[in-house]
Design a binder for this molecule. Structure first.
Ligand SMILES: [Zn+2]
Length: 831
């Protein structure tokens, strides 16, 4: 029944659009009536028994499926109705609201959450979503549309914000809109699950009304306490490299950890220990349960009043709840707590259910409370981990699980400590083995040293660092000890992570294969006879051997990643790959390279042969350092001046017209700039030096071609046209990456006419500040397409509407947009 319910939910999560609320409501009522009817109804005796049983089972399972489908649908419809009204997007709205959560400062400004109380547009009250994510930036007042003049005055600087404060400020709002790629993070789902339906930045320029602190209220006491603690930890161990680790462990603020440290944690497979995710809270509850059980047994008095195991369960769940609340009660923490509370409630009620049923019930509970968890990697990781703990906990005679330590601690402590360590190691081995196929499915990598790192890390982090860090709340000097312990641990991780083959990157498998292998991994860890456990190993082998398909010989594919405002196109042939530009830098800490491109190359198991950096602008080379670090074997072709920090190696070449090479029958050629351009005494503008790349498939007259233009402007286009006319070469291409993101400085009429593209792609950010693509340019391409004969289709795509875009030279009409292929109802549809 639970599985049917979860299947129904999974089905609902595949919906591209929501149905009417009334439909879900009707389905929900029907399912409930059927279930209620079944509970009280007995089939007439004249039916054969098997028939009756089968019919009833079928009816009940279908009702559960419908229930699982209708419930999240109903909730989503209600939630959807409160979204940001499109008319308010991009408008200045005056908002009176309360600060919630922990405000996060960085060099760019401060980011915080608001709980809206009242809002006005031009003096008239308007309805806003209750929760908004807000940025308040330092520096110049940002320009938000191309027509607006830049404010050359410093805007009012962000102030010290505290949870529970009531503010009135002017906000510029937008709907949550993230980059959507075929794999990886779904920002809009993340916002949906957190209940945040709009993002905004503070308008604090000279012309805007200054943000005003209206009152300091007593709301959000836990957040205020967490903020105080964070400042106290910072004051206590400010200079330590493990400061971020301590802040993350105590107050659950993971943004305190630097990106390099995250990469280290991920590479050594211990990231789950640092983020206060499901696993961590599970471990914490288990430890608390053990401690409370042990204390309880010290007193015969208490044991008589209330049985020790019950007290231990209650205490464990309570402690986990307090910890979850304290760590900011993020969605993963809530989910895990629900799961634990469900298990505890069953144990306390005295029902001796077998563990798989308890496990399934926990699954059902979480999916009931948070249906969108089904889409989250972290949920399945902690679900499997809880399952492994439950399974071993149910067989204490075979395995001394941590929950049973208390029984013998007093009597034969020394001997049993050894046994316990052995048990912990075995527990860890089981969890790691069970999670390994799952991490391949979810993250496309398997940490070889993860097992070793975890054996060390689990006891060290859960038994030493975390208690010391938590103890620091009462006795601050303990934080210095915790910092020392953290530093030692991170040094060890660095040593482990430096091993060759530390991380084994595998291509991201298709869902069916990953799920099957995940099941095989779990089977391997179950307390079953070995010949049964090993049944799943062929599936695991298949997972290791699976390779994503590559283009056929003579053909090529283009994958334009969704990286926001910038360019990044992966060109693949049968055995080679080239990356054209690397997208923008998002902040001091993050860029398109480490956020999107490196994970994408890993997931597809692509080894780059060449990196082309069209020109030096930040929206083209922002991710270059990260890509180069991950793919050091790739040579670099660019128009960057020599001595540019990105060109530190001998494998860097200048791109210049006339360079051509062939990969697997596919011709690649640089069309621009001319070698003379570099020789001028004053170099042209970076845009004018953009490397233009032409890719053409094999196949003679039927050959398909693509033109990647960088930020070339009209003058450069004219040069290209002139040269093409002089040499008799055609500029025509089936696919065109529109020059300069569709700016009106490019795409001159003559150029558009000469290229005559069938597929036109603009890579530009949603509501970018330059107003790309320019409406006149969009119109120019549409006008041209109107002259195409009706039987030949063409398509126009831009990143805000399309997300990532995949185009294949052997199926030129069937370009695939991530936003269409993966459309779900929580995605934002750009107007
Ligand atoms: Zn650009």
């Amino acid at each position: 029944m639970v599985l049917a319910f979860v299947a129904g939910t999974a089905l609902q999560l595949q919906q591209a659009r929501l149905w009417l609320l009334a439909v879900y409501l009707a389905l929900l009522c029907v399912a409930l009536v059927v279930l209620a009817h079944h509970a009280f109804w007995r089939a007439p005796a004249k039916w054969a028994r098997w028939y009756k049983g089968a019919l009833q089972a079928w009816v009940v399972l279908s009702a559960c499926l419908v229930l699982g489908f209708a419930w999240p649908g109903l909730r989503a419809s209600v939630y959807e109705a409160q979204r940001l009204a499109p008319a308010l997007v991009g408008r200045d709205v005056v908002v009176r609201a309360m600060v919630r959560g922990l405000p996060q400062s960085n060099p760019m400004g401060v980011r915080f959450g608001l709980e809206v109380e009242q809002a006005w547009l031009d003096g008239a009250p308007v309805a806003l979503p209750a929760r908004i994510d807000v940025g308040w930036y330092r520096g110049l007042a940002p320009r938000s549309s191309p027509t607006e003049p830049e404010h050359w005055a410093l805007q009012r600087q962000p102030q010290d914000l505290r949870p529970g404060e009531r503010w009135q400020m002017t906000l510029r709002l937008k709907a949550p809109h993230g980059n959507l790629n075929f794999q990886g993070f779904d920002y809009e789902l993340w916002m949906w699950e957190r209940g945040v339906q709009a993002s905004a930045y503070v308008r604090a320029g000279a012309q805007d009304a200054p943000p005003q602190r209206l009152a300091v209220t007593l709301w959000y006491p836990v957040d205020r306490w967490r903020q105080n603690l964070r400042s106290r930890i910072e004051a206590a161990v400010g200079g330590s490299p493990s400061l971020g680790l301590l802040v993350a462990l105590v107050v659950g603020e993971q943004s305190a950890i630097s990106n390099t440290d995250w990469a280290l944690f991920r590479a050594t497979g211990v990231a789950h220990l640092v983020s206060i995710s499901g696993l961590h809270i599970t471990m914490f509850a288990w430890a608390a349960r053990w401690l409370i059980g042990w204390l309880w047994r010290r007193s015969p008095h208490w044991c008589l009043a209330y049985p020790a195991p019950h007290a231990a369960w209650l205490g464990g769940v309570f402690a986990a709840g307090a910890y979850a609340l304290f760590s900011g009660a993020g969605v993963p923490a809530q989910r895990t707590w629900i799961m634990l509370a469900g298990v505890a409630a069953l144990r306390l009620s005295g029902l001796r259910w077998p563990w798989p049923q308890v496990w399934l019930l926990a699954l059902g509970l979480v999916v009931l409370c948070d249906p969108w968890a089904v889409m989250q990697a972290g949920f399945w990781l902690s679900f499997v981990a809880v399952g492994v703990l439950l399974a071993t906990d149910a067989h204490p005679q075979q395995m001394e699980a941590p929950g049973h330590i208390g029984n013998w601690w007093g009597a034969r402590a020394g001997a049993h400590l050894v046994v316990q360590c052995g048990a912990l190691v075995r527990e860890q081995l089981r969890i790691s083995a069970a999670l390994a196929p799952l991490t391949v499915l979810l993250f496309g990598q398997f940490s070889v040293v993860g097992l070793a790192a975890n054996l060390l890390a689990v006891p060290w982090v859960t038994l030493v660092i975390t208690p010391l860090a938590m103890g620091g709340v009462l006795c601050p000097p303990l934080w210095s000890l915790a910092a020392l312990a953290g530093e030692g641990w991170m040094a060890t991780l660095q040593w482990l992570g430096a091993w060759p083959w530390a991380v084994w990157a595998l291509p991201l498998p298709p869902l069916w294969l990953g799920a099957a292998a995940g099941g095989a991994g779990i089977l391997l860890c179950l307390p079953l006879p070995w010949h049964l456990r090993l049944l799943g190993t062929p599936l695991l082998a298949a997972l290791l051997l699976w390779r994503p398909p590559a283009p056929p010989v003579g053909e090529f594919s283009l994958l334009a990643a969704d990286i926001g405002q910038g360019n990044a196109v992966l060109v693949r042939t049968a055995h080679h790959a080239l990356l054209y530009d690397t997208g923008p830098r998002y902040s001091l800490e993050s860029d398109a390279g480490q956020r999107v491109l490196v994970p994408l190359l890993d997931a597809q198991q692509v080894r780059l042969d060449r990196l082309v950096l069209s020109h030096r602008d930040a929206d083209h080379v922002g991710g270059a350092a990260a890509v180069r670090a991950a793919q050091p074997q790739a040579d670099v072709l660019s128009s960057l001046e020599s001595g540019h920090p990105l060109l530190d190696q001998a494998s860097a070449m200048r791109c210049q017209a006339g360079q051509r090479w062939e990969w697997d029958g596919v011709h690649l050629e640089v069309l621009h700039p001319l070698p003379e351009a570099y020789a001028q005494s004053t170099l042209p503008k970076p845009n004018a030096l953009s490397c233009v790349l032409r890719v053409q498939s094999a196949g003679g007259p039927q050959a398909r071609s693509a033109l990647l233009m960088g930020d070339l402007e009209a003058a450069g286009e004219a040069q290209l046209l002139g040269r093409a006319a002089a040499t008799g070469q055609s500029l025509a291409a089936d696919f065109l990456l529109v020059p300069h993101h569709g700016s009106k400085t490019s795409s001159s009429a003559a150029f558009v006419e000469a290229v005559h593209p069938r597929t036109v792609l603009v890579q530009a950010g949603y509501r970018n500040r330059y107003g790309h693509p320019a409406p006149t340019v969009v119109q120019r391409y549409h006008d041209l397409a109107a002259s195409y004969p009706p039987e030949s289709p063409w398509q126009w795509q831009d990143s805000p509407h399309c997300g990532a875009f995949l185009w294949k030279s052997w199926e030129p009409e069937n370009g695939i947009c991530a936003r269409m292929a993966m459309q779900r109802y929580w995605h934002h549809a750009a107007p």
